[in-house]
Design a protein around this ligand. Structure first.
Ligand SMILES: NC(=O)c1ccc[n+]([C@@H]2O[C@H](COP(=O)([O-])OP(=O)(O)OC[C@H]3O[C@@H](n4cnc5c(N)ncnc54)[C@H](OP(=O)(O)O)[C@@H]3O)[C@@H](O)[C@H]2O)c1
Length: 306
């Protein structure tokens, strides 16, 4: 059986990826501050910024691949705390790459559509990476480390991810649903566009990368360019919640520490060739997620009740 390490398995993307991968891989999933339980996944505490910790785990597991989902994924925290963002999102990648290289493990790195400047639509992998916020800068620099230090890597430029976590992690979907359930207004942008990807589709694609020979940079997103306001309306409809609580707003009217690019929609023609996974349109993905409660672990069932 192939062996995988999934870093950040306590998080949103890493958790869903670990839960699906465990059906056919020997999976070690890491956490930092939040222990988790996922059926079939061996949880291990790991600080990715600690080189010795990383070497010790990779040398003992000797995985075929490391799917690296651990990160400081909050744009505003990265913007206000550059040192921490550099440590977690750049230096830690160096730790993982050097250990993985030594033990022949492929590194599958979760980069972001935030490496693009957002000044046009449907970015291709060959378009210039010119981030407008510090989070995007850290992702770009981490990609450069991979590019310069190993041949056995994939940098996945991931679009906004939607769906529900299998751990206690947060997600856009979970936040919107919980706010609507609490009767709170939810202000969502009409003037920022992305090609959101269903977390299960992303997880399946990341797992495929652990099994195929693809290497290099690849965009992964959904097939639909959409703003958060329209996504919020679909979520409210599918979850039978009050659509009128979704309020349209413009980016210029909301203060955010990190600048958001206007349009980081992704061209996924390469992904369509490389993967067997089909990427759902947003409404289909949200409906599938709504019907897919078996993915919930007892630990977070209390977070959302339907
Ligand atoms: N979610 C999206 O829409 C989106 C879009 C594009 C790209 N991405 C990228 O996809 C990846 C996963 O994102 P996500 O949404 O799943 O993030 P998340 O839910 O915030 O999870 C982050 C994970 O990183 C772990 N972590 C943080 N600092 C660590 C450290 N020093 N050592 C070890 N682990 C550490 C956390 O562990 P604990 O919780 O246990 O502390 C958690 O498991 C990230 O690389 C992110 O940049 C996400």
């Amino acid at each position: 059986m192939k062996k995988l390490i999934i870093t950040g398995a306590s998080g949103f993307v890493g958790g869903v990826t670990a839960s699906i991968a465990a059906q056919r891989f020997d999976v070690t999933g890491t956490y930092f501050s939040t222990p988790f339980k996922i059926s079939g996944v061996k949880p291990v505490k790991l600080d990715i910024t600690d080189k010795e910790d990383v070497v010790s785990l990779i040398s003992s597991v000797r995985p075929d691949a490391v799917i690296h989902c651990a990160a400081q994924a909050n744009l505003d925290i990265c913007e206000t705390n550059h040192k921490q963002a550099e440590k977690v999102n750049i230096n830690a990648v160096r730790n993982i790459v050097s250990a993985a290289k030594k033990y022949g493990s492929k590194v599958i790195f979760t980069s972001s559509d935030m490496v693009y400047d957002g000044e046009k639509s449907f970015y291709k992998e060959s378009d210039l990476a010119r981030p407008v916020n510090f989070y995007g800068i850290t992702k770009k620099q981490a990609e450069e480390i991979l590019f310069n230090e190993t041949d056995n890597f994939v940098a996945v430029r991931v679009a906004l991810v939607y769906g529900l976590p299998v751990t206690s992690a947060s997600s856009f979907t979970k936040k919107v649903i919980n706010d609507l359930k609490a009767g709170n207004k939810v202000f969502l942008f009409t003037d920022q566009f992305r090609t959101p990807v269903y977390v299960v589709d992303l997880a399946n694609a990341l797992i495929e990368l652990a099994e195929n020979n693809f290497s290099g940079i690849i965009n992964i997103g959904g097939i639909e360019r959409i703003n958060r306001y329209s996504m919020g309306r679909i979520l409210a409809e599918v979850y039978h919640l009050n659509k009128d609580l979704i309020v349209p707003c413009l980016m210029k009217n909301v203060f955010q520490k990190a600048q958001r690019p206007v349009d980081t929609s992704l061209d996924i023609s390469l992904a369509k060739k490389v993967f067997n996974t089909n990427f759902n349109p947003v409404s289909a993905g949200i409906k599938k997620d709504f019907l897919n409660y078996s993915r919930y672990s007892p630990q977070n069932l209390h977070d959302i009740e339907t």
